[in-house]
Design a binder for this molecule. Structure first.
Ligand code: 5GP
Ligand code: MN
Length: 338
């Protein structure tokens, strides 16, 4: 962030303000962790922040401190629109284009509040007056830590803030194993432990609450996996019927796509998940090395994200989506084999 931006933000935050914090639709650990971390920090600065999430999020995030304070836009659009229209400042966290906030796109578009973006995805839209965008960052949670540091306020970081930020760094780095995990990420994580985050408890809360039905669904996903060695690619499909048969709940498929990527010799993994409610096939893409799933998803699945992790969607049915996917792989053969 520019020096001048920091000075202006310090000034902006020097008196109590009405602040709204927004994560992306279908928020993950980094989105909820960064929003709650910032929420606790701004509360300590005597502001009145509110978090408005576009929709609900998985159970495995529902232990986080003050998680129950988060408002859901879905089902409460009128009251949330009012709050946003009266806000002085809107922070958008872990996304960089209004359409990523789903149904909240229109109200964010029309809001005259000062926008502050904190985000690590590629190709940001220039909607924010203050843009803290850095694609080299492991997570938005790491950036919220840097943001607090730029405001010279790290002494305000307590156990609540530390626990929230730790959660998002852990989930977005695949428990500190993805290449985005820098030595700075580790130093910040160490500071968060010193501030009271309990890494072991947080890992337990997020990852060790599996239901039996989730494992049945994982079994189904792994049986459905197709490996295409000539493209170093593995993909998984899950139909709505398979989800229903295995008592699917939000978040159950989190991480499934990584199984494809953990196969020997595979550098590109995709999972296609049918959503009857939305009338789409949700696509999650992961890669190892230089193959950019961000570009692949932007080009073919109306999505985006990072070089090694992206999402997207298809409005065709599963069969046509898979046929399309297989039809475009030959044009990536060199890129996937280099
Ligand atoms: P996931 O596959 O876990 O849904 O998403 C992987 C990464 O890509 C996350 O960082 C997520 O925020 C991002 N992402 C997912 N879907 C989209 C999308 O439609 N557009 C963009 N720009 N990013 C996405
Ligand atoms: Mn993130």
């Amino acid at each position: 962030m520019k020096e001048q931006d920091i000075i202006e933000i310090k000034d902006l935050l020097s008196e109590p303000k009405k602040i709204v914090i927004v994560p992306h639709k279908n928020p993950d650990g980094d989105a909820i962790g960064s929003c709650l971390g910032l929420y606790h920090f701004l509360t300590k600065l005597n502001h009145q922040p509110l978090i408005i999430a576009p929709n609900d999020y998985p159970e495995f995030l529902k232990w986080m401190p003050n998680e129950t304070d988060i408002l859901k836009y879905e089902g409460h659009t009128e009251s949330c629109d009012k709050i946003i229209s009266e806000a002085d400042i809107v922070f958008t966290l872990d996304f960089n284009a209004f359409h990523r906030a789903g149904q909240m796109e229109a109200i964010l578009e029309s809001s005259s509040a000062v926008k502050i973006m904190i985000d690590h995805h590629q190709q940001p839209d220039p909607y924010a007056k203050y843009m803290y965008s850095d694609v080299t960052m492991s997570s938005t949670c790491e950036m919220v830590y840097h943001f607090i540091d730029m405001l010279d306020q790290t002494e305000l970081i307590d156990k609540n803030i530390a626990s929230c930020l730790y959660t998002g760094i852990m989930t977005d780095t695949g428990s500190f194993r993805f290449p985005s995990t820098s030595s700075t990420t580790m130093r910040i994580t160490a500071n968060l432990l010193d501030k009271g985050a309990n890494g072991s408890d947080i890992h337990n809360a997020v990852y060790d609450n599996n239901s039996e039905s989730r494992f049945q669904l994982l079994g189904c996903a792994l049986r459905n996996m197709v490996v295409l060695p000539e493209y170093k690619t593995a993909y998984i499909t899950l139909s709505q019927e398979e989800l229903n048969n295995n008592n699917f709940k939000k978040g159950d498929t989190e991480g499934f796509v990584n199984y494809g990527l953990s196969l020997k010799g595979i550098c590109f993994a995709v999972i296609f998940i049918e959503s009857q409610k939305e009338g789409i096939i949700k696509v999650s893409l992961r890669s190892k090395g230089d193959f950019s799933v961000n570009e692949f998803s932007r080009m073919h699945f109306n999505g985006g994200g990072h070089t090694n992790a992206a999402g997207g969607r298809s409005t065709e049915n599963m069969k046509s989506t898979i046929e399309y996917f297989i039809s475009i792989l030959p044009s990536y053969k060199n890129a996937l084999n280099s």
